[in-house]
Design a protein around this ligand. Structure first.
Ligand code: 5GP
Ligand code: ZN
Length: 112
């Protein structure tokens, strides 16, 4: 499968990893949009949030269990935003589920 994030999981493409366990990988975004911009992904190929189901939701749980530790290590535990884009119409560019963990600056609400 031609998936950039599966290749990062397999170690075929380098990444700046910040966290890893059996289910979850987190690494710095290549084009950061904030002082802290980390991508948190499942180690199984799930195309987007639209593909989350009872069969694979353990990955989502494991991601959110890991997020406090990732945020703390990044120095933003007191304030951070978690975002996922599902579908090209709202800006998803990599078709492997990922949660953007953003922090270190102010953010507008609602997002543009
Ligand atoms: P999306 O646009 O799908 O919500 O987010 C995809 C994110 O992946 C973007 O923020 C983009 O900068 C990041 N990205 C794309 N390719 C790579 C890569 O090869 N390595 C890393 N670390 N980030 C990537
Ligand atoms: Zn993938």
């Amino acid at each position: 499968m031609d998936c950039i994030f599966c290749k990062i999981i397999a170690g075929e493409i380098p990444s700046k990893k910040v966290y890893e366990n059996e289910h979850v990988l987190a690494f710095h975004d290549l084009s950061p949009r904030a002082p802290v911009h980390i991508l948190v992904i499942p180690k199984e190929h799930i195309a987007s949030a639209a593909e989350i189901s009872a069969e694979n939701s353990v990955y989502v749980a494991k991601i959110f269990e890991a997020i406090p530790e990732i945020a703390e290590a990044a120095g933003v535990k007191e304030g951070f935003r978690v975002v996922t884009n599902s579908g090209t119409s709202v800006g998803q560019s990599v078709m492997h589920l990922h949660f953007h963990l953003l922090g270190g600056r102010a953010f507008s609400w609602p997002p543009g």
